[in-house]
Every structure is written in C-alpha cells, then in structure tokens.
Design a protein around this ligand. Sequence first.
Ligand code: 5GP
Length: 129
Amino acid sequence: MASIFTRIIQGEIPCHKIAENDHCIAFMDINPVAKGHVLVVPKEETDYFFDLEDETLAQLMSFAKPIAKAIEKVVPCERIGVTILGLEVPHAHIHLIPLDKRGTISFANKLNMSKEELQKLAKEITSNI
Ligand code: 5GP
C-alpha cells in the first residue's frame, strides 16, 4: 500500500505545498512542532532514510537548502534544524524546523495550527524561495 506521502505526491491527499521538482516535494507538517515546520520528501518511496541512493540524498539536500533559507526569512529563528525520525511515516523524509537560540524542540509537543495558518505560512515560504 502506498505511503501517506506517496498519496500526497500523487495528489490523492491534500497538503500545504511549498515546492516540488521531478525528484522531491516539500510541504508543511500537518502537526508542526514549531511554526514553519516543513517536511522534505523524495518522491521515490523508500522507508528507511539510509537506504536512499546517494544521488537521491544529494537531490534531497540540494532541494531542501533554498527552502530552509526561505523559512528563515519568514519565521524568526536562530537557524533551521534538520531532523530525521521516520518513526511515524515509512517514507524517508527530513524535517526542517526553525530553532530558537536554545535550539530546543520537543517532538512530544505539537502546535495547534489551523489549516488557514499553515496555508498562509506555506505561501509566504514559497514566495521567499
Ligand atoms: P516521522 O515519520 O519522521 O516520525 O514523522 C512524520 C511526520 O509527518 C510527523 O511530524 C507528522 O506530523 C507528519 N505527518 C503525518 N501525516 C501527515 C500528513 O498526512 N500530512 C502532513 N502534511 N504531515 C503528516
């Protein structure tokens, strides 16, 4: 069965999309741990991040870089943290998360953001790429 991210990539399930190319897509995390929490996902469905081909890893990070810079412009933060978990969705991806000065985030504490807020942020980030 296709992963939830493949279903998003195929347009079967909606997302607040930031950008996509032939290989990758980026969209807002639906349950963000911080304002501006974005997921960057290779379109090829592979469960474990470290099973990705080297070329895919390179494509993913190159694609993520301008998106991270755009998030920085929209969300006040010290820097953008990069996290790999893969505990919930078996489709490799990275989390881009704005960090404050202390750099503390907790994946146990999710923000309550409305669809409208996520959509507005997505548009702002996209327009800053
Ligand atoms: P992980 O697999 O890295 O542990 O976590 C998966 C992440 O994907 C979580 O932060 C979760 O909030 C997010 N997520 C799960 N399902 C969806 C979805 O359908 N849409 C979006 N935009 N994010 C999702």
